[in-house]
Unconditional design. Structure first.
Length: 202
């Protein structure tokens, strides 16, 4: 009886240990894939490589570009990036010339419209928080401007938020980049670009 119990205990411990190792492996893989997608996105903007960027956009989800128009933030859903036709059309996409810095997992930098500067420089992502900027932008348009947005579109934004991370390359003007990567079916996709966060025109 004791032998059977010991065998069962050993099996349970082994199973738990194996599950832990597998979980750690999956987390490491997801983290490595995430960092690769971050660097790939930034380098593609630096090289103006539309082909690479458009491969990072999920064909069924698309890309949401958030921008300021008057008082409100707006968003436009598109299926591709064209450097000759930026969104919005009056604001060219950033020209990133410097080497991509190491990714810091910490609180995101804050942009000040008083000084027109970031409170810290570098490449950041706060993995403790999901990126709900797109969802909040849509809800604000409904609540404060009376826009009509399909319920299905709002639900899709909620679903995306849960698996999205916000990345900020806080650098000099014209070289900063704020974007969103979302984990979809085990792969990171470019689902958002925020062009409103540093727009102090309102």
């Amino acid at each position: 009886m004791l032998t059977i119990f010991l065998k069962r205990s050993t099996y349970i411990v082994f199973f738990a240990f194996t599950s832990f190792i597998q979980a750690c492996g999956r987390q490491t893989s997801v983290s490595d894939d995430f960092e690769y997608a971050v660097i790939q996105t930034i380098n593609a903007f630096g090289d103006k490589n539309e082909h690479t960027l458009n491969k990072l956009i999920h064909k069924d989800v698309g890309l949401a570009v958030i921008f300021r128009n008057g008082v409100f933030d707006h968003y436009l859903l598109t299926d591709s990036i064209n450097f000759n036709q930026p969104v919005p059309d009056y604001l060219p996409y950033p020209t990133i010339k410097k080497q991509v810095p190491a990714l810091n997992y910490s609180d995101l930098p804050i942009f000040s419209c008083d000084s027109l500067q970031w409170n810290k420089h570098g490449l950041f992502s706060d993995t403790a928080q999901s990126d709900g900027k797109l969802l909040q932008t849509a809800l604000n348009l409904i609540a404060y401007r009376g826009d009509t947005i399909e319920k299905q579109e709002i639900e899709s934004m909620k679903a995306l938020k849960n698996n999205s991370r916000r990345i900020i390359l806080a650098a000099d003007r014209d070289e900063e980049l704020i974007f969103t990567l979302t984990l979809i079916s085990g792969k990171w996709y470019l689902t958002g670009i925020d062009r409103a966060a540093t727009d102090c025109s309102a």
